[in-house]
Ligand binder design. Structure first.
Ligand code: SF4
Length: 231
């Protein structure tokens, strides 16, 4: 919690994962795979403009129509096929997205993970942001920051790192959402591939900033990290 408090005291409470509806959040979670959010926004805007930003609409569209709309998000053929097949499965097996998201947390996660194209990070994002069920999301920023700050193994598997958080935090939806958002903010602003430790709010706790160690072959150790971190 100390890491969370340090980040939150700098960035404030972050109201994160844009999306007005469960459908928009679900579709955004698929589109954001392997691309930046700015590209997803263009695809979402296209879907919205064509009144296709819903699972039930996508389930009855041709993949070629969806391709045109989601093209800005990259890997558009794969994503169009994925959206169409996921939407069809959801409608045929659960009646609606609400029907799927209304499953118990355990059943929902298991069901999502059985769907083609949904891995643990996407499943947890859908659970947390679309279904409103506390399920801690681990992304590349979380792995990188936890490695640098606390020395967790860089290759730690998804489930083990998720368990670190879920076994120690109160199971609160707002906390899980905000913790994830804080990691993203820290990763974008400071803990980039090449860390910018000077002024980083996590520096007082950070093993890398205070003692230095090899974080990866591509990430150079910052010069005078300890000195700058203490400024
Ligand atoms: S102090 Fe440096 S290495 Fe540590 S979290 Fe901040 S940017 Fe990353």
């Amino acid at each position: 919690m100390r890491l969370y408090n340090l980040m939150k005291s700098r960035f404030g409470f972050l109201n994160w994962w844009p999306g007005d509806t469960e459908d928009e959040i679900f579709i955004g979670a698929i589109l954001t795979q392997q691309t930046t959010w700015s590209n997803v926004e263009k695809a979402i805007s296209n879907l919205k403009g064509s009144q296709a930003l819903s699972v039930s609409t996508l389930s009855s569209m041709e993949a070629a129509e969806i391709e045109k709309l989601v093209k800005p998000s990259g890997y558009y053929r794969q994503k169009a096929n994925r959206l169409r097949s996921l939407s069809s499965t959801i409608i045929s097996e659960h009646g609606s997205l609400d029907g799927l998201l209304g499953l118990s947390p355990k059943a929902l996660r298991e069901t999502l993970l059985k769907m083609k194209g949904i891995g643990p990070e996407t499943a947890d994002s859908i659970m947390l942001y679309a279904a409103g069920k506390p399920s801690f999301v681990i992304d590349a920023y979380t792995k990188r920051i936890m490695h640098r700050v606390f020395g967790t193994p860089p290759g730690i598997d998804y489930g083990s790192l998720k368990a670190v958080f879920e076994s120690s935090l109160p199971r609160k939806l707002a906390l899980y959402k905000d913790f994830h958002a804080q990691f993203v903010e820290l990763g974008k602003r400071y803990c980039k591939t090449k860390p910018a430790c000077g002024g980083c709010p996590a520096a007082p706790l950070c093993q890398y900033a205070n003692h230095g160690f090899s974080v990866s072959s591509s990430a150079a150790k910052p010069q005078n990290a300890k000195k700058r971190a203490s400024q």
